[in-house]
Design a protein around this ligand. Sequence first.
Ligand code: SF4
Length: 299
Amino acid sequence: MEKKESRNTRAADTAQRNLFDNDHEREKDRQPVVEEIAPREITCRSALNRTKIPGYDYCMNPYVGCTHGCVYCYASFMCRFTDHRGNWGEFLDFKINFPDVLARQLGGRSRRKGKVLIGTVTDAYQPAEAQYGITRSSLNILVDHPLLEVHILTKSDLVRRDIAILHKLTACEVGFTITTMDKNISRVLEPGASPPDLRLEAAGALMKAGIPVWVFAAPLLPGLTDTEAALKTLVCALQKTGIRKIEFGSLNPYPAVARRLKSVYKRNFPEALPKLEEYLRHPDGCREEIVSRIGRLSF
Ligand code: SF4
């Protein structure tokens, strides 16, 4: 097991979708945050874009905005590039022509190769994907391009719906971001995402189908998810599911993120606020402590 502190067709296959829905009665468990949001249809000029994210060549983001609405989301800077007035997590645009643009980019004589990361400033499997199927349609296109390695990072169990397509890809890996097994903490910090136990179940289902899976435990939050007890609980749950690759990551205290977190801590976790404030004052020292805590975990 790795120990590392780091870092359209518009129509989806209705039969598959219904199957997924029936299988997931516990979707009721999801937070209602997204229910009132009316996604807006937009078009895009490019679907496959170059990325500077280390280890990847391209990124794909079928949506603008993310109704998972994570309090610590670094991608909230995307608000600047839209005309939405709402806060991050309270709006969503879906790129209606995304699969068509992708097919055009990959068509002709272009034989692109490299690693594609799906979901860098949005989650490609946020709840709206169950309706719009843009990610699913895009994966179907990638199946015909064996030189591209597909990587997905998500906080949703909806990815289970596409196991059959993921299977057809030449190379594919799915990362689940899971920072805590505590549903109450998760509900506050990641209000629109699948509860952590459902993410883990999805990870197990993918592994059973032979799809490589890893877990990104980041960002670990001071006094909440970075404590020895919280880390032990998380690692135990991951081990039980058979996950062998875990990457840990600490918080990047961007000013906007720090402001949001302070306010959420004050309202929901006042007892942990001093830990957050200490981290914001001395991030490097606190990171070293997190690394030692992770090092002491036996896995
Ligand atoms: S799932 Fe990812 S992109 Fe979506 S809000 Fe959370 S951190 Fe941001």
